[in-house]
Design a protein around this ligand. Structure first.
Ligand SMILES: Nc1ncnc2c1ncn2[C@@H]1O[C@H](COP(=O)(O)OP(=O)(O)OP(=O)(O)O)[C@@H](O)[C@H]1O
Ligand SMILES: [Mg+2]
Length: 341
């Protein structure tokens, strides 16, 4: 569906050339929700803007639905762009137009007759859950509602691809979740391919099928979300994965516990896919005469199955603790001893 081949972008500035994207290859399949994560300045926005030629690559090819965008004439590019919608962190709405007029705007540009426009706007308002707000102005809406207008406007011309540049970064966690749910909903309903960039692993975890990690203009790691969560290779990826699995207070708790229970061990159990955490803990307690305390942990759902880590304190006979750890490994669950002799 989308293929990026050897993409580079060098900006010329007064202070000399700035390399923003430095040789990126990516393949994105139709119907996929593809996440790109990275810290500020990694080149994410520059990369996503090259997908619709808002930014022209210095080098490389951008192929969308079989067309190499960099070779198109202005007119053909305009047409190709109708297949690619985009939403932004700060919504980029027209403030003097109502919700209805904002959503209608791309249809006017595309020359759709008035009657048809009105019908389409009604459908879109319903699709994004803005019934009854059509006559409001953006300033009268909450952040989440504004982004719903942004989404409806981006979908007006029935694009095949939706680009999201930090679309939830200006929203609180609950509103973020509701917008992410909407994106999953339209991905399923319309078979829309979605490419989103973010600096929050929570966003990737919740809705993406595939993830690419960007650092200094390069993709340093990529793959299906669960695989990357299970075995992050790069240090940066590990940090991002920790955002969703390891609460800040865990380290302190662990230190504290080991000082209190010198005979114990704290192990981190990582669950991926359909391995159930509850039966394992129950089995452990039934089989071994040791104390098993769950300290902390979070099992969360991804688009491809559940994922998470539990921090468990095992105390009692040392040999039995060793046996218990071997038992967990046999069950196919990853165990790492994080504290204790
Ligand atoms: N128009 C421009 N002119 C010159 N340099 C630019 C331009 N746009 C981006 N850059 C530089 O390119 C690099 C990548 O910027 P980009 O905005 O793509 O990063 P980002 O990953 O989106 O960051 P953020 O998370 O802060 O949005 C930065 O060093 C930035 O300063
Ligand atoms: Mg950016």
């Amino acid at each position: 569906m989308i293929s990026l081949q050897g993409i580079r972008k060098i900006f010329s500035t007064k202070d000399g050339p700035v390399s923003a994207v430095d040789g990126v290859d990516l393949e994105i399949k139709q119907g996929e929700i593809f996440g790109i994560i990275g810290y500020s300045g990694a080149g994410k926005s520059t990369l996503i803007r090259m997908l619709n030629m808002l930014e022209r690559p210095t080098e490389g090819k951008v192929i969308v639905a079989g067309e190499d965008l960099s070779t198109l004439s202005k007119k053909d590019l305009r047409k190709a762009r109708q297949n690619i919608g985009m939403i932004f962190q700060h919504f980029n709405l027209l403030w003097s137009r109502t919700v209805r007029e904002n959503i209608s705007f791309p249809l006017e540009i595309a020359g759709i007759p008035k009657k048809e426009r009105e019908k389409r706007v009604n459908e879109l308002i319903e699709l994004v859950g803005l019934e009854g707000r059509g006559e409001s102005y953006p300033s009268q809406l909450s952040g989440g509602q504004k982004q719903r207008v942004g989404i409806a406007r981006a979908l007006a011309n029935n694009p095949k691809v939706l680009l999201c540049d930090e679309a939830t970064s200006a929203l609180d966690p609950k509103t973020t979740d509701s917008i992410l749910d909407l994106l999953v909903d339209i991905n399923k309903k319309l078979g829309l391919t979605i490419i989103l960039i973010t600096h929050e692993m929570h966003v990737i975890r919740k809705i993406c099928h595939q993830v690419a990690v960007m650092e200094a203009g390069k993709v340093v790691e990529q793959g299906p979300v669960l695989n990357v969560f299970r075995k992050p290779k790069e240090q940066m990826t590990k940090e991002f994965v920790k955002q969703v699995t390891e609460p800040e207070e865990t380290k302190e708790t662990i230190q504290h516990l080991i000082t209190e229970n010198p005979n114990g061990k704290v192990v981190q159990l990582t669950f991926v896919g359909d391995e159930a955490e509850r039966p394992l803990i129950t089995d452990l307690i039934r089989t071994f005469d040791i104390e098993v305390n769950i300290l902390q942990g979070k099992i969360t759902k991804t688009q491809e199955g559940s994922y998470g880590a539990l921090f468990v304190n095992l105390t009692g006979n040392k040999a039995l603790i060793e046996q218990a750890i071997a038992f967990i490994r046999e069950k196919g669950v990853e165990v790492e001893v994080v504290a204790g002799e």
